[in-house]
Design a protein around this ligand. Structure first.
Ligand code: 2AM
Length: 565
């Protein structure tokens, strides 16, 4: 059931009398807000039951208090190839480092959020779990490792964690006092709630679908305009749109044929019954392979590569398989006998795909715009697609698509519209900045806007070129720096442009500017991160350590935010 969000003024800790009994602490680390939502729901449940808890975002957690902590829950996501979320870098480094204290008095539980199509699934949660054990703390429940269908694992984990708190609270009820009132208790955003949610999506009508890259481009990027009319859905610039795709019918057919199964066979799993064809079309992942699926496959096929991949020393083999193969590819390469029910059981539930929204409602009202790269490649001379980008590209105007809003409270324009913003968004990473510039032009503040954009070629890949040019003319964009990587002999990237403008970039930041990065997580965002530190060293005379902390502090203040994937 939907619960009212905890208001920031409302202390989760009721005033009571001595003697001292520290309440439990829930620390969360969240990149896109999922871990935050899970942590908030947990805290609300405790509050409703009259159990005092302290809820803190990891970058607000005073690590020096760790040794006094009695009961700690950590709810944290893992990014991409095994990195902590931006708000948890310092917390994670502190815990991992030599300064972390021994914690013989501490009881703890860890819940990880992640994506099992990455080999280091929930890697950060696992490391924290192990590290707390190594520091002498007592693990009161096994680490929960939640995949994209978060609640499958998070709900039972929360039940257990809550059960422990309840028992603990009853045992100490007479002896509870409030925690030192922390000014750091996270400020939670109140969102107007529509009746449409992830599990009850709105059927949005496609108003426009258009390729915005040139015919000779190496990319195929689409601009979509969808109608939210009548949904009551509201979003902020920085939010994402969740899209529930349908699998490509040919792919579903190929999987079923490869396994010689009957598409019309009814499969029942946990009270849900569908035909095999319906299961595979709407409820199961086929394009993104996961390790748990390979583990099931390895029970049915003895191939050495497969056995290595799921074995203890197979990380690089596993990585390679997950990166290059879809479900159909491994079913073809490693033949095995599956029943329809076994197959459905082993495949991961289909998860919606999230796209950073490319429009602002103050400009487009009851519409939502997306910028989506069509994922399409060849594997063994066969066409392979990404599930949602292919699904979207096949839609016609007038078709409907199931959608919901996925708020990203960490990626927000400054509340003060007089602040400057620096936006770094190569490729489809430019999407939220189209929303930002739209929003800022309606806000009409004094703050300046600076956009860094990059893509392979000027003539085929300059996304929203005319809109940026108009924004420059109209004074809605003060600077536009472009990095067309393949228009000259040597690659030029957004971070090279940043460095060329180091003095101005640093002056903007020291003058209070907010910095935003959106796009590729594994290379671009890391290189930009390094370059920002280099700029601080070069322009501010900071040493390497100071530059690192400078950027961490900007992040903790919400002035350096990343939406990377
Ligand atoms: P490339 O593909 O020509 O190497 C959007 O994808 C743009 O980001 C492209 O121009 C791409 O260049 C560029 N890009 C690739 N790797 C990058 C990196 N490490 N940092 C910044 N931009 C990068």
């Amino acid at each position: 059931p939907a619960q009212a969000p905890v208001s920031p003024e409302l202390s989760l800790v009721p005033a009571a009398a001595a003697p001292a009994q520290r309440p439990a602490t829930i620390v969360f680390g969240s990149q896109t807000g999922n871990a935050q939502r899970v942590a908030e729901a947990f805290a609300q449940r405790c509050e409703a039951a009259g159990i005092p808890v302290r809820l803190l975002r990891a970058d607000r957690y005073p690590t020096r208090e760790l040794k006094e902590e009695r009961l700690l829950y950590v709810i944290i996501s893992t990014q991409g190839e095994g990195d902590p979320p931006d708000d948890s870098i310092a917390f994670f480094e502190f815990l991992s480092g030599a300064r972390a204290p021994k914690l013989p008095e501490l009881k703890f539980g860890v819940l990880g959020l992640g994506d099992s199509s990455y080999p280091l699934f929930c890697g950060i949660a696992e490391k924290i779990d192990q590290r707390l054990l190594a520091l002498g703390a007592e693990r009161i429940l096994d680490a929960g490792l939640a995949d994209l269908d978060i609640d499958t694992v998070a709900a039972p984990w929360q039940d257990k964690a809550f059960g422990f708190l309840e028992t603990d609270h009853q045992a100490h009820a007479a002896a509870t006092v409030p925690a030192a009132q922390s000014s750091n208790v996270t400020v939670l955003e109140t969102q107007t709630r529509s009746t449409f949610t992830r599990d009850n999506p709105f059927q949005a009508t496609v108003l426009q679908s258009q390729s915005i890259t040139g015919r000779d481009s190496t990319r195929n990027i689409y601009h979509y305009e969808l109608s939210l009319e009548g949904s009551g859905l509201k979003y902020q610039p920085g939010d994402a749109l969740g899209v529930w795709p349908t699998q490509n019918a040919k792919l579903v057919e190929a999987v079923i044929q490869t396994l010689k199964l009957d598409p019309q066979e009814t499969v029942t799993i946990q009270d849900k019954s569908h035909t095999l064809q319906a299961w595979l079309s709407h409820y199961r992942e086929l394009t993104q392979l996961t390790k748990p699926f390979l583990v099931e496959l390895a029970k049915r096929n003895n191939d050495a590569v497969l056995q290595t991949a799921v074995g203890p020393d197979g990380l690089s083999t596993l990585q390679e398989l997950l990166k290059t193969h879809q479900v159909l590819d491994v079913l073809e390469r490693f033949p095995a006998t599956w029943s329809a029910a076994e197959l459905v059981q082993a495949l991961r539930p289909l998860a919606p795909r999230m796209y950073s929204i490319a429009s602002s409602q103050s400009e487009v009202d009851e519409e939502v715009h997306l910028t989506v790269a069509n994922v399409h490649y060849q594997f063994n001379e066969q066409d392979r697609w990404g599930v949602a980008s292919d699904y979207l590209a096949r839609l016609n105007e007038g078709d409907t698509v199931p959608v919901f809003i996925d708020p990203n409270t960490r990626f927000r324009l400054p509340e003060d519209s007089n602040r400057d913003v620096i936006m770094i968004g190569p490729g489809t990473g430019v999407a939220p900045f189209r929303a930002f510039v739209q929003e800022r032009s309606v806000q009409g503040g004094e703050g300046r806007n600076w956009l860094f954009f990059g893509n392979p070629h000027f003539h085929s890949d300059f996304l929203y070129q005319t809109e940026w040019q108009r924004a420059l003319q109209d004074g809605q964009l003060q600077h536009l720096d472009l990095a067309f990587s393949r228009d000259q002999e040597n690659k030029v990237y957004v971070q090279h442009r940043l460095l060329e403008k180091a003095a101005d970039v640093y002056a903007w930041i020291q003058g209070g500017a907010h910095i935003y990065v959106c796009g590729d997580a594994n290379q671009m965002a890391k290189d930009v991160h390094q370059t920002l530190q280099e700029i601080a060293r070069q322009e501010g005379g900071l040493d390497a350590d100071q530059a690192r902390r400078w950027l961490e502090e900007l992040s903790a203040q919400g002035r350096y935010a990343r939406d990377v994937y």
